[in-house]
Ligand binder design. Sequence first.
Ligand SMILES: Cc1ncc(COP(=O)(O)O)c(C=O)c1O
Length: 430
Amino acid sequence: MSAPEIDRALRRAEEEYLARNPRSREQSERAAAVLPGGTTRTTTFFPPFAPVLESGSGCGIVDLDGNRRVDFLNNYTSLILGHAHPDVLAAAWAAAARGTAFSSPTEQEVRLAEMMAGRVASVEQIRFTNSGTEATMAALRLARAFTGRPLTARFEGSYHGTHDYSAAPAAGVPARIGDLVVTLPYNDISGCEAVLAENAGSLAAVMVEPVLGAGGVVAADRDFLDFLREAAGRMGFLLVFDEIVTFRLHQGGAQAVHGIRPDLTTFGKIIGGGFPIGAVGGRKDVMALLHPTEGSISWGGTFNGNPVSAAAGIVTLESLTADAIYDLNEKGEWLAAQLNGVLEKNQAPARVTGAGSLFNIHATAEEITDSRPVRRADPRLGKLIHLGLMNRGFFLASRGMACLSTAMTQADLDGLVEAVEDLTAELDGG
Ligand SMILES: Cc1ncc(COP(=O)(O)O)c(C=O)c1O
C-alpha cells in the first residue's frame, strides 16, 4: 500500500463525496457567510465540508442529499440509545410541556442526581452544568479552592472541553494561565512521578480520562490509575476522573471497572439523554464548597439542571441496566477485534483501539498506549478511511473515533466490517 496508491484512492473518494453531497456543499457554502468556516463546532468540521443533517432515528442519520448513514459517532458518544428514542422523546416532551426552564429547582434534577449518586460509588453530591466543559472547569475550581493550591494537571492528548485550563497553551489563553497548567505523560508512571515531584505542594488536582477519548480511545492501565490514586493521597492533590465519555462503560463509570475512587468526577453526554448537560460530583466535603450559604464558591448557570435534559437523562439511565451496558461493551469489543482482523489481513497500516463500546480507527500500525502514535498517524490514509466510510454509508469522526448505540443491530456492525474490508482490499490491489 504505497503513498501514490493512497493518494489516488483519496482523490477518487473526494470526488465521490462531492458528487454524493451537492446540497450539503451548497448549504455549507451558505453557512460560511455567517458561521466561521460554516460551522459551530470546530470538532465536527472536516474538509471539504461535513454533511448537513436533516434527521436521525435509531442508528440512522439522513442528510440533505438523502444519504442515509449508520451513525457510529452518536453526537460524540452522547446518544447511547441512538437518535430520537421514543421513551426519551416522550420524557423530554412531557417535561417540556410542563415548562422548559425555571429559576428554581425541579424534581427531575434531584431524581437524576439521586440516580447518579446511587450508581457511582465516589459520588456523594452533584452539581449540574450545561456542558462537559463547564463541569471540568467547575471541578478544577473546586480542587483549587479545597486545597488552596494554584496548579492543575492534565495529560498529553487529553480533552476536557474548551475552557482555558483545558486548552492551554493556546491562542487567546494568557501565558499566565498556561503557567498554572501542568502536562503529564499518559500511562507513564515514572514520567508522571518526575513531573509530580517537581510540582509537589502546588498541585491542586490531576484530571484524567480513564480512556483518552479525543486522544484516540486509549485505555489507561490499571496500575497507572492506581498510581495516580496513591500519589494523590501522598501529595495532597485531588484526583479527578473525567468520565464525560467513559460513563457509558459501566453503571458506575470506568472507576467501577477499575475499583478506584476518585475525589471528583465529571460527567456529560449520556446523562442528558441527547440534550445539553454536564455535572461534577464527588466527595461531600469538597462539593460543600458549592453550598450557597456555607460554601465559598458561587456557581450559577441559567440552564443548569434543565428539566428537559434531566428528564431525558433519567429515562436513558433507567434503560442502561448492567446487562444492557455489558452487552453493548461486548459488541464493541467484538467489532474492534473484527476490524483489526480485516486490517491485518489486508495489510493496511492501520489499527483499531477500543474500550467496551468505544473504538477508534487509526491510520498507523504502531502500538498505541498513549496519544503520541495517534499524532504520528498518516493523515492521508486517515482521511481516505473516513471519506471512504462516509461514501459507503458509515458516519465516524474524521479522526476515526466511534462508538456503538443500543439501536444498532448485528447487521449494522457487520456492515462496517464489510465496508472496511472493501476499502482496504481496494487499496491492497492498487
Ligand atoms: C472527556 C471529555 N471531557 C470534556 C468534554 C467537553 O464536553 P462538552 O463538549 O459537553 O463541553 C468532552 C467533549 O467531547 C470530552 O470528551
